[in-house]
Design a protein around this ligand. Sequence first.
Ligand code: HEC
Ligand SMILES: [Cu+2]
Length: 389
Amino acid sequence: MSAKKSTSKEISHNPMKQRVFNTPRILRHTPLILLTAILTSCATGRIDPTDPVGENAKQIDGIMRLSGYMATAVGIFVAIAVVVVIVKFREKPDDDPDELPKQIHGNRKAELTWTVIPVLLLVFLAVVTIPAVFDLSGKSDGRTIQVEGQQWWWQFSYDVDEDGIHDIVTANEIVIPVGEEINLDIRSNDVIHSFWIPQLNGKKDAVPGRVHHWRISSPVPGIFYGECVEFCGLSHANMQMRAVVLERDDYEAWVQEQLTPATIPADTAAKRGYDLFGRHCVSCHVVNGVYESAGNGNANLTSGYAPNLTHLMTRTSFAGSIFEMYKDDGSVNIADLREWVRNAPENKPSRPDNRQGMISFAETLSDSELDDLVTYLLTLGGPPPLMPS
Ligand code: HEC
Ligand SMILES: [Cu+2]
């Protein structure tokens, strides 16, 4: 072998040797990489994308599985091919270690094969996926519910008599009747969020200044868990939601209850709480029938909205569905509710100084005032038609 010829071989050989020596470093990191993958894949236990319940979610799941099976088949084929090549073309004792195998470039058969097969696979996937994309964003004959995302909770509004006025406004839990394809008009009141209840449908962004149409449905009653899936600031991870799917009769009863405005409580402690509420809370919160002045678009919050509290106790959770409203024995989770009212930003990272989230009352309210306020909150409807199991 001449010296000239061997230059190219040296270039192709030396880096190889270096790489071989570096391999253990990658191996050392493998457990960490695997651990990260495992931990990030099971962050929230009750939000389950692998168990579709509604028609739309099943449609998505079918396509996911199909493409998963196809990718697995391709992956197995490639893995086997790699092993075959490694074994078949390995260095043998009588091989000249400096000799390169026969170099080929532009083998038409090979090039065509590995271009045409992936193209066919992708075209097949597109044929299955594109109609589903249009189908999922189509409207149904069912009712329409308004969905609004804001830092860091969801608002749901219902126009029951279709006069264009929101008759029911609630937070964090969207209540729907079983077996009906519900239309959603999804909006945002501040930054981009994304609405996702995986067992009922895929993700849909909530974008300021736009209305995105979406649908959810469930053939069975139950509570289904979701969360915001577009990073939206400090408490993005604490912006969860629930879909409460009710039998038709239960749904009608829920609607009737939600349409009933609140009244001024007679009980003295609750009445004291009611008065305190009028002093400290109505600059942000609405209670239908008694405290409606805050209205919407209020200046104390960037989004202009705080949860409507008229039927607070009919919800199973509060504050972006991160706290349970009721304990396992069915009694109210008074401790968390009181803690929330005392110092919300301490219980859920927020930026009240930036008009994002609820302010703290730790310096403002005495213990007995807090008790009275909670006593008042307990009069605001309830209990929920369905409890989490
Ligand atoms: C500066 C505006 C503001 C004031 C004043 C305010 N809140 Fe809030 N409150 C909010 C916001 C915003 C949320 C939603 C926070 C979240 O989920 O991150 C909230 C959430 C709540 C919730 C949970 C509701 C739900 O369904 O998730 C309760 C209960 C509550 N506030 C009670 C009170 C009480 C009682 C007072 C008066 C002592 C009060 N708030 C004063 C802005 C305010
Ligand atoms: Cu969000």
